[in-house]
Write a protein that binds this ligand. Structure first.
Ligand code: ZN
Length: 84
């Protein structure tokens, strides 16, 4: 009898664990984030090296990792977050 209760409790716990992810995409992300981040970092470095914007596929402005368009966007973004 007692064992049965324990088993039930365990099942409930397991179910709660699964519900921690609001959707299957986030679940996938959390289960694979180590690998995903590694891949992301790798492609970031690859783009940096080859002079391709890290946000799109355009050529970068010399010395930075963004293209003209994304550099402007980044400037605005920085201004906003600094003024907060
Ligand atoms: Zn860009």
């Amino acid at each position: 009898m007692f064992k049965k209760i324990l088993k039930k409790l365990k099942e409930v716990k397991e179910r709660k664990k699964e519900k921690a992810y609001p959707n299957r995409f986030l679940k996938f992300y959390h289960l694979n984030k180590k690998k995903l981040n590694k891949e992301r970092r790798f492609s970031y470095n690859e783009r940096k090296k080859s002079g391709v914007c890290v946000r799109c596929k355009k050529k970068t402005v010399k010395g930075i990792v963004f293209c003209q368009y994304h550099q402007e966007k980044q400037k605005t973004y920085n201004k906003i977050s600094r003024s907060k």
